[in-house]
Ligand binder design. Structure first.
Ligand SMILES: Nc1ncnc2c1ncn2[C@@H]1O[C@H](COP(=O)(O)OP(=O)(O)OP(=O)(O)O)[C@@H](O)[C@H]1O
Length: 484
């Protein structure tokens, strides 16, 4: 490794994907480099999302910089190839945005170094349940399934009653014609996983008396791990047999398989083998089969052949009902006014609603205070603010253009003169701060610009705010005007 890098490197320790470096001839100070790498990693994480980051990128470590080339290392060749193929370009563009002197990024493997886990073992991923959960007897299921996610604790209302009824039906009599496969879909935090677990729990209870139902419940991500590991250890036959031997196969968050063609193919074969053998499949995803573009057409068609049930966005009535149920189960008395306030303010999904209630209750317990409307305002200040913020990119562009006295069309123009480019960068910066849009999305609103341009704008404005107090006040003023 040292030879390959053309400089004397000594890898000290690898901790949480970080590497402590000793270089005999570094071009840049170690601290500066480590800080730059820290920022690149933070942006990488923001860009790809928490799950993908933890899955593939957390173990990437900085080895050093030689001239205009950064070298990153991974503990196995397999991981190196994957990261290079899937994330190589993104990593390079992030480095360039962070440090324009960097021209290329070399990604290498460095087996045997550090403490990174061997991929022959599945990489531990939080909340990715164990692969196969035999459901007979009940005790065997305990590890992967969440005990709180049962039919009893699922609050039913107009938006989810159909999905609930389908889930119950499948749990009571798996593989009934018309219900196989069962495809549950809906937005984030609306109860898909809850219903999947409830089905698995119900099957275990129902067949406790000596039935022979076995259930495999796993996230699509876990399915992919298992498949990749089987390929690597040349045990695909065991993998296939294991899955094809179950009575009910449940795959959560199927959208994760988009773009993972080989895993999709494997899932398709497993799916066919099970359905043909009269076994039940239950799948959840964030979109309906027809909207899951990027998924193989044959698979999409088959997924839509059974029962497709949508978990709709919650209504005010359902949110009230969920809050009342959860408060009652927790044994706390929350005034109706507070519940109403939460149900009106937090409309995005049940997970956030539940989180807000839990926070309020924890706060009241900790400080021995009553749960009041005032306490809710105070404790949930940040959550409420985030929900109040509904600024659009167009509003931001308009406000910034007015402020700097330029035409709004310049926000999308190709002109690079400073008096135009700087306000445009400020607008991109505020779009990142005040909306939940992704970098590519923001770029599209600014004359179809690339996400790296947006990223550059964000870091440039951040830098200028630190250097120029008047500029900083300007940006702050704009932000406040937009937030109010
Ligand atoms: N109708 C409901 N009744 C009771 N709790 C609910 C209901 N819907 C969702 N929840 C709760 O909200 C939280 C989020 O639900 P869940 O994890 O099932 O969402 P999801 O649709 O799988 O989300 P994601 O898209 O993020 O995977 C869980 O704690 C779940 O128990």
């Amino acid at each position: 490794m040292e030879r390959e890098l053309g400089m004397s490197l000594e890898v000290g320790s690898m901790r949480d994907g970080d590497v402590v470096l000793k270089s005999s001839s570094p071009r840049q100070g170690e601290t500066g480099l480590t800080e730059q790498w820290g920022r690149v990693r933070a942006r990488l994480q923001a860009e790809v999302g928490e799950v993908e980051y933890r899955t593939w990128l957390k173990q990437v470590a900085l080895a050093g910089v030689d001239g205009d080339e950064v070298t990153l290392v991974l503990p196995t060749r397999f991981l190196r190839d994957w990261v290079k193929k899937e994330y190589g370009e993104l990593v390079a563009s992030l480095w360039q945005a962070e440090n324009p002197a960097i021209r290329s990024v070399d990604i290498r493997s460095q087996p045997g170094r550090g403490t990174a886990p061997n991929l022959a073992e599945p990489v531990p991923v939080e909340a990715a349940p164990a692969a196969v959960a035999p459901v007979v007897p009940r005790a065997d299921v305990a590890a992967p399934l969440d005990q709180r996610f049962t039919f009893d604790t699922f609050v039913v209302g107009k938006p989810n009653e159909f999905a609930y009824a389908c889930a119950r039906r499948v749990a009571e009599s798996p593989a009934t014609a018309g219900f196989n496969p069962l495809f549950l879909y809906g937005g984030v935090g609306l109860g898909k996983t809850h219903l999947m677990h409830a089905i698995a729990w119900e099957l275990s209870t129902q067949h406790k008396g000596g039935g022979q139902v076995s259930v495999a419940y796993m996230s699509a991500e876990k399915f992919m791990y298992r498949f990749i590991n089987a390929l690597r250890s040349q045990s695909t036959l065991e993998f296939k047999n294991e899955l094809r031997g179950v009575d009910v196969l449940m795959i959560d968050d199927l959208q994760f398989l988009i773009g993972k063609d080989n895993t999709q193919e494997e899932f398709f074969h497993t799916f066919n083998a099970l359905v043909d053998a009269g076994k039940q499949i239950v799948v959840s995803a964030d979109k309906s089969p027809s909207d899951l573009s990027g998924l193989d057409d044959r698979l999409r068609t088959r997924l839509g052949c059974g029962m497709v049930a949508d978990l709709h966005a919650t209504t005010f009535e359902l949110r009230i009902s969920i809050l009342e149920t959860k408060a009652e189960r927790a044994g706390v008395d929350v005034p109706g006014k507070v519940l109403e306030f939460l149900a009106r303010k937090i409309t995005s999904n049940v997970r956030e609603l539940e989180g807000a209630l839990n926070r309020l209750v924890a706060h009241a317990n900790l400080f021995n205070r009553q749960i009041t409307l005032e306490a809710a305002h105070e404790v949930l200040h940040d959550v409420l603010k985030a929900h109040d913020r509904k600024v659009s990119i167009q509003e931001i562009q308009k406000k910034v253009a007015d402020h700097y006295n330029i035409r709004i069309a310049e926000m999308s123009s190709a002109r690079r003169a400073r008096n135009i480019a700087r306000p445009r960068q400020v607008a991109m910066y505020l779009a990142k701060q005040l909306t939940s849009k992704s970098l590519p999305d923001i770029g599209r609103h600014f004359g179809d610009r690339d996400h790296t341009t947006v990223m550059h704008a964000v870091s440039r404005v951040t830098e200028l705010i630190g250097q120029d107090a008047a500029f900083g006040e300007d940006v702050e003023l704009l932000r406040r005007m937009l937030e109010n």
